[in-house]
Every structure is written in C-alpha cells, then in structure tokens.
Design a protein around this ligand. Structure first.
Ligand code: IPE
Length: 254
C-alpha cells in the first residue's frame, strides 16, 4: 500500500485565504490515477485550514466559547477543499471515499489517541481509495486539537504497514542551506542527525517543519520508504509512484 500526502502548499496558495490550485489538483489526480494498486490519499489544509485555525487559536485547545464558530468554519472549509480534491480524483477515474478525521479521530492532550485505521483497510479491500485530511478533532483533555495530515500519515503507515509514503510538497526537497546556493539541489537523502535548513521558519497551527520532519523520521523507522517530492513539477509524483528516480529527498530511518 502506498500513502500519499498532498501538502497544503501544493493544493492551495498558502498566502491567499481559501484559494485552491485547481490545475495542480487535476494534474496530480491524473498522475495518481496512473498507478494501479492500493493507495490512501491524505491532504493538508494550506490556506483552507491554517489561517482561520490560527485566528481562532484552535491549536491551543477549547478555551473560549467564541471558538465554536471557528471550529465549524474550519471544518466546513476543510470539507470544501476535500470536495474539490475528491471530485478531481473521481473525474480522473479514481474511486474515492472521503473519511474526515474530525468524524473518526480523538486526541488526548494534543496527541492522537484513537483512530480507526481498519475503516481505511476495509475500503481498500473493495478497491476504493480512502481520502482523509487534516482537521479539527475532539481532544479528551483540551476539548479540541488540530490533527495534521502528517499525524494521519504516521498512524496509517504504522497500522496498515505502508510500503511507501510520499510527501508531495511545493519544494524540491530538504536543502542543506536556505535559500539554496546557486545550482544546489535538495539533499538526496537525510537522516535524523543531518543538518538541514527550512524554507519556512514560522510554525503554523500543526507545528513547524521540524515537527513534520520528525513525523517523517518516525515513519521511516517503521521500515517504510519515505520520499519528499515537488508536486508543482509535472510528472514528479507519477515517476515517484512508479519507482523511477526523481529529484527529491528520501528520509532515512535510524
Ligand atoms: C492542517 O493539516 C489542518 C488544519 C489546519 C485544519 P496539515 O498540517 O496537514 O496541513 P498542511 O499540509 O501543513 O497545509
């Protein structure tokens, strides 16, 4: 089984509220439709998730009644983005079923506490590609938390023993310095102890790039191949899915 995360920076324009990238979504859906075999697709929030989640401080737990409006809005916006991606995949010939994290997952003190991965397996068993996404979820001790697409990736990779996890981002991979020196490509592979630089320093509501990378190392430690590829370059995802060499970064386990 292959797990694919379409990062929020690829499927949306992160700088403009509620702005998707329909042509990129359609192209990635076509690339995904070309590979046979079981796959699960997860997507991030980008400008449909992070902006309002931050505005209503949803990542700090349920602290104020005014957050109720924010919870509903962010869930609604994430479902709107999910509909676009779901429709695009269906048009490309991929039979998909949407499984929102907010409906099935619970957190406890900011960490994933329960998540029924078997539901995803049942869909796979009948040849349907499950699709889930980062969402506002209920938290047993803090009221609410933000579940990122990366949290879902780690959980599914562990429970369903994914062979490959591909993180589709808006950059070529992880660079040793940022901005990269002229002509410098991304690191072909990285381990936990390697020095790396990040494009975006500010943490968003699901944490910094460092946190995302930590989750990727955790997945790689399971024995899953973890690869970061640039989804804005046509054909990169398709090539990675078919096992061809692509420019990108492979994340090594310990
Ligand atoms: C964020 O999910 C979900 C919300 C803010 C509701 P991710 O953390 O997976 O999103 P991206 O990929 O970083 O945009």
């Amino acid at each position: 089984m292959i797990l694919i995360k379409l990062g929020g920076s690829v499927v949306t324009d992160k700088s403009k509220p509620m702005t998707s990238r329909p042509e990129v979504i359609d192209r990635l859906a076509m690339e995904l439709s070309k590979i046979p075999g079981p796959k699960i697709i997860i997507h991030g929030g980008g400008s449909f998730g992070h902006i309002k989640a931050k505005q209503y401080a949803l990542h700090t737990g349920f602290t104020d009644e005014s957050q109720r409006e924010g919870i509903c809005q962010v869930q609604n916006d994430m479902r709107a983005l999910n509909r676009l991606i779901e429709e695009s995949l269906r048009k490309a010939g991929v039979p998909v079923a949407s499984i929102p994290a907010g409906a099935i997952a619970t957190f406890d003190n900011g960490a994933l506490a329960s998540f029924p991965s078997d539901v995803f397996q049942h869909y796979l068993d009948i040849g349907i590609t499950p699709i889930s996404f980062g969402d506002v979820v209920m938290d047993r001790s803090r009221g609410i938390s933000i579940c990122s697409g990366d949290d879902i990736m780690l959980k599914l990779a562990a429970d369903l023993k994914a062979e490959i996890c591909i993180f589709v981002t808006a950059v070529d991979g992880i660079f040793p310095t940022y901005p990269p020196a002229e002509g410098q490509g991304p690191l072909p592979e990285i381990g936990r102890d390697d020095a790396v630089a990040f494009t975006v320093k500010d943490a968003d509501v699901t944490g910094s790039m460092q946190r995302k990378l930590k989750l990727m190392f955790d997945i790689a430690n399971l024995g899953t191949k973890v690869q970061i590829v640039n989804g804005l370059v046509p054909g990169r995802l398709a090539d990675a899915l078919s096992g061809k060499f692509v420019i990108g970064t492979v994340v090594r386990g310990d």
